[in-house]
Design a protein around this ligand. Structure first.
Ligand SMILES: [Ca+2]
Length: 539
């Protein structure tokens, strides 16, 4: 199922971590990978004096663990990256294109949900957000954190492995300000949405596995910038992206000094989400593509600055760089103008951010890891952003507990070119209104009659009014644009996929392991959005 490599670059050389798979895969989350050359020494030690391994002094020196830089764009469409959408993408993105040429790009990568909050929850926890309290929409204000205090995050897991963990940018997973939510947080109503200087949070990112935080909560409150647990700066939206870049450059320089532990940096960019505010030097740069085109170009510049900082620090060979977007292109960013200019931000897919159709949740996803990932390779495995946690655990040979990363599957076999067959049994998507879809191989079943989101061609309400079927089934190999509903032609597929989704919900997980509990009841049908109707399915 793989086409690789498209450009130069031979078969990837396996990272030494994978060559030592027989050495250590213990249950402990504190397992430490070791250098390959040590294996023969270890074997000799085992033969000569088995107890020697128990002495700390004789422990092998740990192999330097790869740094992990996860760059998350906000609302960047798959088709906004020119090299991924060469025919219908008109915005120049040379830096992300360079990353594509140096790493593996995924043609079928998806966010766990079609909007910010639940998508980010999935990235950091490896769990679909509809298992948490949030069943639709996003967090609109400050508020109690969605991630539970004792819940393992990818940051806390990596921290246990000796990583320094930092987040720069947008959180959008809830925290309270001085114990308060929303406007109670101190905003002057109608004037300034955000928390004033000096405001303190006691349940922010630094309580969820991150050693440091420099950023904001979400777009509407992006002026209030936190350093760790308090607001230390008020930054105008137009200056936010440059501020994130500067702080990231400093972070990389600081954390690559000799003797510093490996780091995980989660860089959640503010762009190209609204407010669309390119700086003066980028205004007009995309010509007829407007402010959004300019802002995507500035976002691409930001990625280039980060790659340059990594090169400058001399860590490129031991740093995994991942680049993704949290959901599809937002239609509020001016789709009419862009499409009139021949630029199609969802590429060949139907719909946009918020929708259950692919335009809502199919996103650009690129991984660069010299020595493991073949340069210029492409992968058509269906993968999810919720796979991040299991992938990191696999790289570090950590066994995750049953009550963590319940929906996360390691994509390491795809990255190292050793995958045979699908990584996921099936994958679940969720729209802004809480509509579900499940995809297994070519078949995608959607439990709603319309877009499930903002698109009106048709929206669910219009589809119900028009008497359209209350479910949609698409063959994503022959009908990638989701134009031909096959639900009546292939009831046997519906009968196969629906119980699988129901099982995933009931089991509290979609991966092997003990059954876990969701944090609330999950309403699979949302029949109030169907005028109270449920689909009639053949027995
Ligand atoms: Ca977003």
């Amino acid at each position: 199922m793989r086409v690789r490599p498209l450009k130069t670059g031979g078969k990837g050389v396996l990272n030494p971590f994978f060559k030592m798979s027989g050495v250590e895969t213990a249950d402990s989350i504190t397992t430490t990978p070791m250098k390959e050359p040590i294996i023969p020494i270890l074997a000799a030690m085992l033969l000569a004096a088995p107890t020697a391994l128990l002495k700390a002094d004789d422990s092998p020196k740990p192999l330097e663990k790869p740094n992990i830089v996860y760059i998350l764009a906000d609302d960047l469409g798959y088709g906004d990256v020119q090299s991924l959408n060469p025919e219908r993408g008109k915005i120049k993105t040379p830096n992300v294109d360079r990353l594509v040429s140096q790493g593996m790009s995924f043609t079928d990568a998806h966010a766990g949900a079609a909007v910010c909050t639940p998508s980010r929850y999935g990235i950091l926890t490896g769990r679909y957000a509809w298992r948490s309290k949030i069943q639709k929409g996003v967090m609109n204000n400050y508020g109690p954190p969605l991630i539970q205090p004792d819940q393992l995050t990818v940051a806390s897991m990596l921290k246990q492995q000796g990583y320094y963990t930092g987040i720069i940018g947008k959180w959008h997973l809830g925290f309270t300000i001085d114990g308060a939510s929303g406007k109670k947080a101190g905003a002057a109503p109608g004037k300034f949405m955000g928390a004033p200087l000096g405001s303190v949070t006691h349940d922010g990112p630094t309580t969820r596995g991150f050693d440091s935080y420099f950023g904001f909560h979400h777009a509407r409150m992006m002026k209030s910038f936190f350093t760790d647990d308090r607001v230390t700066q008020i930054i105008e939206p137009i200056n936010v992206l440059p501020a994130l870049v500067t702080r990231t450059q400093e972070f990389i320089a600081e954390h690559t000094k000799r003797g510093h532990p490996p780091f995980f940096l989660y860089l959640a960019l503010s762009s190209p989400h609204i407010p669309i505010v390119p700086t003066p030097e980028w205004q007009g740069k995309s010509g007829s593509l407007g402010a959004y085109g300019d802002f995507v170009m500035e976002t691409d510049w930001a990625v280039g600055q980060i790659l340059e900082a990594i090169d400058k620090a001399g860590i490129a060979n031991n740093t995994i760089v991942m680049f993704a977007s949290d959901n599809g292109f937002s239609p509020h960013a001016g789709k009419k103008l862009l499409e009139s200019q021949g630029h199609f931000p969802s590429a060949d897919r139907r719909g946009y951010k918020a929708d259950i159709w692919d335009g809502g949740h199919r996103i650009p996803f690129v991984v660069r890891w010299p020595g493991t990932v073949s340069a210029g390779s492409h992968c058509d495995q269906i993968v999810s952003l919720v796979d991040f946690m299991a992938t990191c655990a696999d790289i570090l040979k950590v066994k995750l507990p049953d009550n963590a990363a319940e929906d996360s599957v390691s994509i390491l076999p795809a990255l190292s070119g050793t995958d045979h067959g699908p990584l996921h049994e099936a994958i679940v998507y969720h729209s802004i209104s809480g509509r579900f879809a499940i995809q297994q191989g070519q078949w995608k079943l959607e439990l709603c009659p319309g877009s499930g989101g903002w698109s009106k061609d048709p929206s669910d309400a219009i589809a119900v009014k028009d008497g359209l079927p209350l479910i949609q089934l698409y063959d994503m190999t022959s009908d990638v644009g989701e134009q031909h509903n096959m639900e009546s032609k292939h009831p046997e597929i519906v009968k196969r996929l629906l119980p699988l989704l129901e099982k995933y919900i009931a089991d509290g997980r979609s991966t092997p392991g003990s059954k876990e509990k969701n944090e609330t009841d999950v309403d699979i049908w949302k029949k109030q959005l169907n005028d109270g109707k449920l689909p009639v399915l053949d027995d």
